[in-house]
Design a protein around this ligand. Sequence first.
Ligand code: 16C
Ligand code: ATP
Ligand code: CA
Length: 500
Amino acid sequence: MSFLYHHKLMNLCTCNFSGSYHQAAVTTELNRQFNLSTEHGQTVKVCEIVAVHKTEDEADAQARKTVLVVFAVSYVRRTRQHLWRCADVTFHCADQQICEQWVQVINEQLSLLTNRPKNLLVYINPYGGKRRGERIYEQKVAPVFRQAGIFTDVIVTERANHARDHLKMEANLDDYDGVVCVGGDGMFSEILHGLVTRIQTDHGVDQNQPDAELVPCSLRIGIIPAGSTDCICFATQGTNDPVTSALHIVVGDSQPMDVCSVHHNGVFLKYSVSLLGYGFYGDVLTDSERNRWLGPARYDLSGFKTFLSHNYYGGTVSFLPADDNVGHPRDKLQCRSGDRGWNVIHGKFIAINSASMSCACPRSPKGLSPSAHLADGTTDLILVRKCSRLDFFRHLLRHTNNDDQFDHWFVEVHRVRKFRFEPWHPDLAPLEDASEHPESPDLSPISSLQETYDDRTAESSWNCDGEILHHTAIQVSVQCQLIRLFARGIEEQQDAEVAV
Ligand SMILES: CCCCCCCCCCCCC/C=C/[C@@H](O)[C@H](CO)NC(=O)CCCCCCCCCCCCCCC
Ligand SMILES: Nc1ncnc2c1ncn2[C@@H]1O[C@H](COP(=O)(O)OP(=O)(O)OP(=O)(O)O)[C@@H](O)[C@H]1O
Ligand SMILES: [Ca+2]
């Protein structure tokens, strides 16, 4: 008998068997990666099969006037730009027993994939982004989970911090293999805080100790993008598409990720996984909160306004470079305990950004720091000093094209493990910043906007993954691989099939 590839009636390669086809042979075939040898040479890996099920194909059976048994394999198909879709390939055969054997063996093989989640706790923010969280989940994600046989408990949040508090205090984490967040970066931040805090509490770890060794979370987090920026989702899978996210969850992907802990004078403030931004991105966020009703467009409006304000802020940044532990045999640094190798920079800054991942998002497909790594225990500290509006505009523009946004006299970038920021105290602030470029004329005529601006007293706020921090003096420390996502990082572009 032969298995027929639906529509094109292709023989399933090496499966042209007659008589009884015993289970071991089927397993061997599967172990050989389940080759659907079509004219396109397509291969489906067992680990990318979503589900297998017997189906009816009466119309086809009538047309051929034979009784055909049919089973369908749903699998992950890559389309363009890191988009994944669930595709079906249907097999026909005349022998019911063989058909059942195939279904059984494929299911057995799938059950051996222990990285796949079986029970998930899902939180939906109905107010994130364009307020489509519930619809996105019901229409695009729930059917994929159902098909893959995943059980879910779904909670639609009723207030801000509902998900965080539920995870922190109520949820029975033993019941689940993962937590799914339907929303944007702010909603992800809730899940992150709920989960990390819960694990530390359960293990008696005090988060207020900046040097505490935090306990990594065993539960993975899935992100179904339904927010305004969706940077964490975009930067970890290359697209902000709900179906793609659902499929990364189904196949049980695992991507470790660094988390920055932020303290103020020894008191824990927040965790961050993407952007910690003072100055420009802090001001954009503060302004945008007043215009939440505008949805994602609020960031463009506030970005434009903040750009025109052209504020800069005095302060001192100290950081511990990532390569400090390497040293040099002639650096005269003897082996002693305590913090060594801290660099200190005083200056007036338009922006101080710490990017723990690329922060790629639809607004900036390569992100704030295109080469930042997700799980290397470091964050990229980007210092944008006071410069003209035109220069800052050029710098921003380079986030949208292939030019190097760090290649400006007023921008420097350091890969660090820890950093601190201290705003200048008004009485102690130097009158002039020696680091300013001698030739940095402000070419724009908008200086009247700054009449009341005093850079010795002005303070910005920190944008911590889209949440405002209420302290400006902060200490930041990267916690290497504290959490894991249902993701695999951005895949090298493969020869994607064109969607039909
Ligand atoms: C000339 C065009 C330049 C466009 C430059 C775009 C750079 C965009 C870089 C985006 C980086 C996002 C980092 C992710 C941060 C998230 O944790 C956080 C929470 O979701 N999102 C934001 O804070 C939301 C941050 C949103 C920031 C939007 C900034 C828009 C700037 C617009 C400047 C306009 C200048 C026009 C002059 C004529
Ligand atoms: N039921 C709710 N009512 C009001 N606010 C909520 C509710 N559930 C969650 N939130 C809060 O809504 C805020 C924004 O949510 P979310 O991150 O999902 O969308 P966004 O801000 O539009 O997107 P992004 O963070 O990607 O820019 C979060 O800070 C979250 O705490
Ligand atoms: Ca990193």
